[in-house]
Structure formats: C-alpha cells, structure tokens
Design a protein around this ligand. Structure first.
Ligand SMILES: [Fe+2]
Length: 317
C-alpha cells in the first residue's frame, strides 16, 4: 500500500507522505562506507545490457536513460514553481542530478553515445532549463534526446492554456534542448537514430511525413521517443508498478488490445510495423523496465527511471 501511494505521487506530485516513502526507497545504502567499504564510482547505476543487430558499419555502444525528473528552481522564480520544486524533490528523493551525472560519466567512459528519451525535467523552471543546457553541454556531440510530457509542464492546471503561453514554452524548450523538437535524426555508424516528440502519446501526420523521409534514406533505423507504444509487456509492467497487486488483470490479458489516442497515431503504428528498416525502439515514461516485440524486425525497450539510477546499455552491431 505504501508503495502505491509513492507511485501515485510520482504522477500527481501531491501528498508529502508519498514523497517520504519514495525517498526511503532510494538506494542510499550505496553511500554508506560500512556497507560498501570499497565503493567505486558506479555502484548506484542499475544497468541492463542488450544487443541490437541493426547492420551498423562498425559495432558501437549506446547508453539509454529516461525520466531524470530534475526539480530545481531559483529563489527568484514564482512561488508556485518553488513550491512544486520543493514537493517534487521529496517525491523523487533529491538525487536526480547525481543519477544524471553518474549516467553521463558512465557513458563518457564506456559508450560511444548517450540517448535521453525525455522527462529530463519534472517541470519547466529557469533553473531546470539551465541544467538541461549544462548536461546536454557536458554530453556534447555524443548525446541525443527527445522531449517527454513533463517538459510541457510549468505548473499549469487543467484546461486549455492561452496560445501565447504555449508559444513561450515552446520557445523556451527550443532554446534549452539542442535538437529539433518534433523529429531529429542522427546517423551513427550507418544507423539512423530518429528521435520523435510523442510527449502527448500521439504522433501527428506532420511527424509521420517527416519520419517517412527518414525511411527513404534507406538506412536501418532506431527510434527514440518518450511514451512507449503500449504493447502487452509494457501494459502489464505498468499496471503492476503503478496499481499494485491486481493479479486479476495480469492473469486475464487474453482480451488485451493495443490502444492509441487518435487515428493519425494508429496509422503511424501500422505503417511503422511494416518497415523492415526499423531495428529497435527506445522509450521510457513508465519508470519501470519492460521489453516486448513491436514488429518482425524490432523490439521495444522501455527503460526504468533515471532518478532511480536505471539505464540500459546497447551494443549496436
Ligand atoms: Fe513521462
């Protein structure tokens, strides 16, 4: 029950109790010298290793992280943003920046590239956007990224926001993140890493057209985006993680059907499934790790949360 409260709190950012429970669940023991007297630099990182046979011109490795949920705010930011920063720091434990630093340090010493699939910040504040610039700056050429749903949160309530506010947010994001927000492409050793903004869990017709132009390049593709396509394992894992012991649901997935928010997204998924050039999908968002088959040529890999020090390392051949 206690963990259920903590997990709900990740989403809603509400109760202080949830924040305290979440904090106690963090791997702080790794800092205790009496437990780890010979502690090295990377004990806190929880890594999973995979290989993707994509047809690269030479083998290389990529570290994949998502959901760092930075919660910084400057003293002169609005009362609302400072309050959100305070509450959410308790939710995530206050070690998010350490986790990101450890991940970047690992990637720099062990990998060729680093992919962050969104929710680097928990909410947009000036302090958080400065951290985005700082850490993408540190990652430099080796670091790719896309936006997550939390990059669109700046303390607004429910209901439509004025257009000028949306535009100001978009401009602020474009000024902080060093990539094209809607879709960006980087060819790494003959493999096209296409990063998409699907933060609202949808792909627009415009993005589908841009993606099709990438397919026409004829190179193997690895797709990075924030929200997973909700395949069976992703749905089951997220149900277990966020809703607790609902065995009835887990054991009765015979009626399971993928669901998408709109027709454009549904059509894009069908189109993508038929693309033999697609070799893998990297995503996050659920804070829990899961892998499932998306198409005959591609698995989808959901990485657990970076604020909990999780990462996936891929050898691409
Ligand atoms: Fe997310």
């Amino acid at each position: 029950m206690a963990t259920d409260i903590a997990r709900r709190d990740f989403l809603k950012g509400g109760a202080a109790l949830g924040g305290l429970v979440a904090t106690s669940a963090l791997p702080t023991f790794a800092d205790d010298p009496s437990v780890f007297p010979n502690r090295g630099r990377f004990e806190r990182l929880s890594l999973q290793f995979f290989e993707i046979k994509a047809g690269a011109t030479k083998p290389f490795t990529v570290l994949h992280i998502s959901d760092t949920h930075l919660t910084a705010a400057y003293d002169d930011e609005t009362e609302r943003i400072r309050q959100i920063a305070k509450n959410r720091t308790r939710t995530f434990g206050g070690r998010q920046e350490e986790a990101l630093r450890d991940s970047i340090a690992w990637a720099k010493t062990h990998n060729d590239y680093l992919v962050h699939t969104g929710d680097m910040v928990d909410m947009v504040s000036r302090a958080n956007l400065d951290l985005v610039k700082k850490y993408f700056g540190e990652g430099g050429e080796m670091m790719l990224g896309c936006l997550g749903n939390h990059e669109y949160y700046y303390g607004q309530g429910k209901g439509p926001e004025p257009e000028e506010k949306k535009k100001a947010l978009r401009d602020a994001l474009a000024g902080a993140f060093p990539f094209k927000l809607s879709l960006s492409s980087s060819v790494l050793n003959g493999v096209n890493f296409v990063m998409l903004d699907n933060a609202s869990d949808t792909i627009s017709d415009e993005q589908a057209t841009l993606f099709d132009a990438e397919v026409k390049k004829g190179l193997p593709i690895i797709l990075g985006m924030h929200c997973p396509f909700m395949l069976r394992n992703m749905v089951a894992a997220s149900w277990r993680f966020w809703r607790g012991n609902d065995f009835k649901y887990i054991h009765n997935m015979s009626g399971f059907k993928e669901k998408y928010k709109d027709k454009a997204t549904e059509e894009f998924v069908a189109y993508l499934r038929a693309q033999p050039l697609l070799k893998g999908i990297l995503c996050g968002h659920g804070h829990v790790g899961a892998v499932d088959r998306f198409s005959p040529t591609a698995l989808e890999y959901e990485v657990a949360a970076n604020f909990f020090f999780h990462a996936q390392e891929f050898t691409i051949t």
